[in-house]
Design a protein around this ligand. Structure first.
Ligand code: ZN
Length: 386
């Protein structure tokens, strides 16, 4: 058995030591450029042609697209460069230390998912451009943990990057071809305040929201009767009423009420269709009243991932890992890559159970099997493609 190189460990530790938190809260949000620049140096040294694409709306953040070889098709090994914020007081180990202990590497981004980018580059070192009949692309994105603006910029640019893609999110090295989507929406009702003693003096937004909630629960029951996928632990789409605020005083008719909901659609349901159905249903419900209804997306949302079981990358990853392609409970950038004509599998070392947690770690024992797997995929899709 080969031993894992000290170069690989050293690079993983350098990536962990380079902060790149992304957050919708500006006080935590950081640039990812230092991580991108580290990757760019290593990729150039390995013979890749490297392109760094700053995000239009955030020029201090960037995606990196590195290509070895040329031509159509090819394999994309993708990962995000950012991490979630952290609570240093709850860590035993330094979040940026890359401490090796108990046969693990500890650090922010160790499992989710800076290590994968170092692993992809290490796996690629065995190959030279002249060996490849189809290109190998390493893709490193910005802002996956917050706005997904890196992946959205790639999708908006519309340039195909390759045919087959692996996103190295922590799945315990088991291939994943589906996840649910995420839609979060604010529903606002505006009425008229008035003295509580005479209902004719106002229009109650709170009573209107009571009707809205009833309608949402009926809609949820319909969706759950219509859509079902037994591969998921929760086999139906969910709709959660997460937050409500309305009114100010018992003796005033409530003029404003706002409800925040979260919908997790199954593969096969698109965010645009769901949002359209939500708006239409509630508009119809309140059409005869004198309440003003409005909606606001709470973030841009994540589509469900739905890569076919027959896709070549699904078959190849099942074959090389010996595990059937499954599902996960978290969202990824996969739907954006699929929209660019790729077929994407999520597959990476480490466990999602420790991601976004204090003392996040990657087991050292996962490194060599990941290298073997990635080299196997590069061989199949780039060196001797069918
Ligand atoms: Zn991740």
């Amino acid at each position: 058995m080969q031993t894992v190189s000290s170069r690989l460990l050293d690079r993983i530790r350098q990536l962990i030591a380079t902060p790149s938190v992304s957050s919708v809260s500006p006080q935590f949000d950081q640039s990812n450029r230092a991580v991108i620049d580290l990757l760019a140096g290593w990729l150039e040294e390995a013979g890749f042609a490297v392109r760094i694409e700053p995000l239009l709306e955030r020029p201090d953040k960037a995606n990196l697209i590195a290509t070895l070889g040329g031509g159509p098709g090819g394999l994309v090994l993708a990962g995000h460069t950012d991490t979630v914020p952290f609570d240093a007081g709850r860590w035993r180990h330094d979040p940026f230390g890359g401490t090796v202990a108990e046969e693990r590497i500890y650090g922010l981004g160790s499992a989710d998912m800076k290590s994968f980018l170092a692993l992809a580059i290490e796996a690629a070192r065995e190959f030279a451009a002249r060996d490849l009949r189809q290109p190998l692309v390493v893709l490193a994105t910005a802002d996956e943990e917050s706005s997904m603006s890196g992946a959205r910029a790639l999708a908006a640019a519309g340039r195909p990057l390759g045919r087959h893609a692996v996103i190295g999110e922590p799945t315990g090295l088991k291939p994943v071809r589906m996840h649910k989507g995420i839609l979060m929406e604010a529903i606002r009702l505006e009425g008229r305040s008035g003295h509580s003693s005479n209902p004719a003096l106002g229009a109650s937004a709170l009573e209107g929201m009571h009707q809205v909630i009833g309608e949402l629960l009926r809609w949820r029951a319909e969706l759950q009767a219509r859509y079902r996928n037994p591969l998921f632990e929760v086999a139906v789409p969910t709709l959660n009423l997460g937050r409500i605020h309305g009114g100010d005083n018992p003796n005033r008719i409530c003029a404003d009420c706002e409800l925040h909901i979260d919908i997790r659609p199954l593969p096969g349901m698109t965010l645009a269709e769901l949002r359209g159905a939500l708006h239409q249903r509630l508009e119809r419900l309140l059409a005869d009243g004198d309440l003003k209804l409005s909606f606001e997306p709470l973030f841009s949302g994540v589509e469900a991932l739905d890569t076919p079981a027959t896709a070549a990358i699904v078959r190849a990853t099942e074959d090389l890992t010996g595990a059937p392609a499954g599902v996960v409970g978290f969202g990824t950038e996969g739907p954006y890559l699929n929209a660019l004509g790729m077929e994407t599998v999520t597959l990476g070392p480490g466990s999602v159970d420790c991601a976004h947690q204090p003392d996040e770690f990657l087991p050292l024992a996962a490194l060599q099997p990941t290298l073997d797997l990635l080299r196997g995929l590069i061989g199949r899709f780039c060196v001797t493609p069918e």
